[in-house]
Design a protein around this ligand. Sequence first.
Ligand code: SAH
Length: 384
Amino acid sequence: MKKNDEFILDIIDVTTDGSGVGKIDGMAVFVPLTAIGDRAKVKILKVKKSYAYGKLLSLEKPSKSRIDNDCPCFNQCGGCVFRHISYDSECEHKQNKVYENIKRIGGVDLAPNTIISDSPDRYRNKAQYPISLDYNAGFYAFHSHRIIPCEDCRLQPKIFSQITTAVTEWAKEKDLSIYNEAENKGFLRHIYIRKAAKTNEIMVVFVINGNTLPNREIIGRLKELCGESLKSVQININKEDTNVVLGLECKTIYGEDYITDILCDVKVRLSPLSFYQVNRTMAEVLYKKAAEYAEPENKNILDLYCGAGTIGLSMANKSKSIIGVEIIPEAVKDAEFNAQNNKIENARFICGDATAAADKLAKENIFTDVVILDPPRKGCTPEL
Ligand code: SAH
């Protein structure tokens, strides 16, 4: 096999980033935009030692799982990779992947569980939009910082696109400069929006390479657009030469410093920097499942990597006590506030590293009955 060869390929598998996989002489060929069940005409683009990349030229026989994709940005922005197949097929792939990974990497053959799911559309409660130099909000392309303008992303609440349009129009009108990552120059970096799905409260944050907004007319326009729901407008100061979106300092220029959502009957305060699950409906399902396994009745619970305390607090009224551990001081403040605000008196929070805190608690002879473990992607330490 060599570059530019053409083959007819049966797609028999799919990768986590959405590429279909076929085999030629036992060698895996990855072809984006194909689906399991496709018979595809494919052109080879790159040949490596044990695999190759190909490009879909045409379909000899389309897979039954194919659907018409409904987004003009599909396959351009680095977001969705499965919009060309039905949601049922997507869930089936994901279920298989989890099963295979637990078996292959974890060495445990667990019977696959059916995915529990809600709507795949408009489920997110948070988005951070970079802005192109010609005043379009959008998302980055795959593996790149090229901005793909996106008028209405199907994953976000509809109001987000109205907000980004209002902001980009205002920025253009007022001749605000747009941040240019390559040169670390320009003013407006990102538009960051959060919407509390249960209370409808909206927060808009301007991420800027500067100290203040030179023009505040946009606040009036946002109020007109969002009505009562607009609860907080802030600036986030990021002057660093970095691709990290948010800086460490936020200043409120309208309304409150935070918005409030309700999760598992707990009022949750969300400041711009605190972590919150992006899919509220499914977070609730997930936390209820955790409570089912934890059987918190009358137990002492340790909630490690607790963020704003949401998982532990959702079980607090049944349990004997909750100790939350979290490394970010602002998140710990949010957790303490959330406990108080919900009149939860049996929870306390430790600001620090989870491993160190668990060690310290053990040395103080404080042992808990249940541990909730929700670390960031890199996982927890072996000692923990
Ligand atoms: N359980 C929370 C947050 C999960 S995100 C929720 O469901 O909302 C993971 C959290 O771990 C983040 O809040 C992050 O700040 C925190 N974290 C990261 N490293 C940590 C460490 N070494 N020790 C304690 N917390 C840590």
